[in-house]
Design a protein around this ligand. Structure first.
Ligand code: SAM
Ligand code: DTB
Ligand code: SF4
Length: 343
């Protein structure tokens, strides 16, 4: 090994081994991405073990409570009314139907139940029904999460009062690339909802999507933006674009799987105490790559054969993978924020 490259690597290490609370520059995250793969894995796994049981993975179930017909134009999404994708529109489910799905998910081992709606934002009448769903699911002893789009003042507080634990609202990509993907709202509007969620005392679930034709610099900027939120999100979903025919992003260049693993590692290193969720795109991902994602610090997945409208590995398949890897489901209450809430 030549000494120059050793020195260069030492400089990168010095630049990227900053305190978790310090701001992350895009350059520093890009330097992480550029590390030799094994060094990056080692860094991520070391950080991971400082904060988590490295063999425990949190399991969240996902249910689309209102499907399709969305007025927004998110280029990745099969549920936008203007994209012709074959997704059938469904109106808001009943509380009983949601409760039945949550019971089934709990029986399979999920500890968190996430309810997703294809809205720009909820109407007041709909929000009241979602609040009833939250109360009912909470009554089963599960953590609750909802993703309903942009919130109006007061709505986050109503969800909190109903017992909601997490609100998911992704920034999706770095600010400078956002306008290429969505034109019917700005990223600042997303940030405004996130602020309301935080102010209402809800835990924040916020992440993004990669594989949308962005550059590595843009991926680094997405991670830096998430890591610099103060406080940073408790849960960070990293989605690999699921390409759906009829969406504008269908046909985008497929991301190198190792680049996806690197993205997980960068999220873990820059957000040491967050649950990093290996989210959409798992069905298309070989199990070896998923194993590398767990090694890189992913410690949460969507569990059950469907995401919102697209497929996800079957629970039995995941159980078999966990068995082969010696992984186990994270117990309810084992997350850092749950431990903090008990103090
Ligand atoms: N309508 C609400 C919103 O946009 O916030 C909630 C539901 S929306 C489907 C939730 C998230 O799903 C999006 O922010 C995006 O990150 C993710 N998503 C949607 N379509 C996707 C796809 N094809 N591949 C990967 N992630 C996707
Ligand atoms: C998140 O970041 N990913 C999930 C959840 N939060 C709501 C959604 C993935 C959706 C993938 C496309 C679909 O199934 O429609
Ligand atoms: Fe609508 Fe959400 Fe899909 Fe965008 S991501 S089109 S807001 S459902």
């Amino acid at each position: 090994m030549d000494s120059t490259s050793v020195n260069e690597r030492a400089a990168v290490r010095a630049d990227t081994s900053r305190a978790a609370t310090a701001a992350w520059s895009v350059d520093a995250v890009e330097a992480l991405y550029a590390l030799p793969f094994n060094d990056l894995m080692h860094r991520a796994q070391t950080v991971h073990r400082e904060h988590f049981d490295a063999n425990a993975v949190q399991l969240s179930a996902l249910l689309s409570i209102k499907t399709g017909g969305c007025p927004e134009d998110c280029g990745y999404c099969p549920q936008a009314a203007r994209h012709h994708t074959g997704v059938e529109n469904e109106s808001l489910l009943s509380v009983d139907d949601v409760l039945a799905a949550a019971r089934a998910a709990r029986a399979k081992g999920a500890t968190r139940f996430c309810m997703g709606a294809a809205w720009r934002g909820p109407k007041q009448r709909d929000l009241e029904r979602v609040a009833d769903m939250v109360k009912a699911v909470r009554g089963l002893g599960m953590e609750t999460c909802a993703t309903l789009g942009m919130l109006k003042p007061g709505q986050a507080g109503q969800l909190k009062a109903a017992g909601l634990d997490y609100y998911n609202h992704n920034i999706d990509t770095a600010g400078e690339f956002y306008g290429e993907i969505v034109t019917t709202r700005t990223q600042d509007q997303r940030l405004d909802t996130l602020e309301q969620v935080r102010d209402a005392g809800l835990h924040v679930c916020c992440g993004g999507i990669v594989g949308m034709g962005e550059t590595r610099r843009t991926r680094a900027a997405l991670i830096a933006q998430l890591a610099n939120m103060d406080p940073c999100p408790e849960s960070v979903p990293i989605n690999n674009l699921v390409q759906v025919e009829g969406t504008p992003l269908h046909g985008a260049e497929v991301l190198d799987p190792f680049e996806f693993v690197r993205t997980i590692a960068c999220a873990r290193i820059t957000m040491p105490t967050a649950l990093v969720r290996l989210s959409a795109g798992r069905q298309e991902m070989p199990e070896g790559i998923q194993a590398l994602c767990f090694l890189a610090g992913a410690n949460s997945i969507f569990y059950g054969e469907k995401l919102l409208t697209t497929g996800n590995p079957e629970a039995e398949k995941d159980a078999a993978l966990f068995e082969r890897l010696g992984l186990r489901a994270m117990e309810l209450g084992a997350t850092p924020e749950a431990a903090h809430a008990r103090r």
